[in-house]
Design a protein around this ligand. Structure first.
Ligand SMILES: [Zn+2]
Ligand SMILES: [Zn+2]
Length: 159
């Protein structure tokens, strides 16, 4: 490849990102060959399944990733090898035989963008500390029929 090239993506998410995609990875990336490296610019989008870190509900979030990376024209090997290579060179390899292979670029960007504390919504109320039910629809009713220890003490009082 030489010069400039636009790649459209519409592929299943490659393994190794630590998340489950519920749809295809879509995107448009422009590769510009300059000297020893290739710059990749564009965007990626992939719907992934997450678990809310507060209420543990599963939900789908579309990751929107803007791509601005320096890549190397090196063979994409195993993911483990590439993590080490990236630590040394800071460049993601994007070559598979003679053609570009953006799977490693996608894998690393998605792995980086997955939220570490996902929330089903910004104001998620989490779970009831008493019974563990989600508090999404207001205060939990579990406390209502609970007998306040002070009242039970009164009730036991022999008058
Ligand atoms: Zn939640
Ligand atoms: Zn409750």
């Amino acid at each position: 490849m030489g010069g400039r090239r636009r790649v459209e993506l519409r592929d299943p998410l490659c393994p190794g990102t630590g998340v489950e995609a519920v749809g295809l990875v879509e995107g448009e990336i422009e590769l510009t060959h300059g000297g020893s490296s290739v710059s990749a610019r564009g965007w990626l989008r992939v719907p992934i399944r997450l678990e809310c870190s507060r209420c543990l509900v599963e939900f789908v979030q579309v990751l929107q990733i803007s791509v601005n990376e320096e890549c190397a024209l090196e063979q994409v090997d195993t993911p483990e090898a590439q993590l080490i290579a990236r630590g040394k060179e800071g460049q993601i390899p994007i070559l598979n035989e003679e053609d570009v292979d953006l799977s490693e670029l996608v894998r690393q960007l998605v792995a980086m963008e997955v939220p570490s504390r996902p929330l089903c919504r910004d104001d998620c109320a989490g779970l009831c500390p008493r019974c563990g039910r989600p508090l999404s629809s207001g205060p939990c009713p579990c406390g209502e029929d609970e007998i306040d220890p002070r009242w039970s003490a009164l009730r036991d009082l022999k008058l």
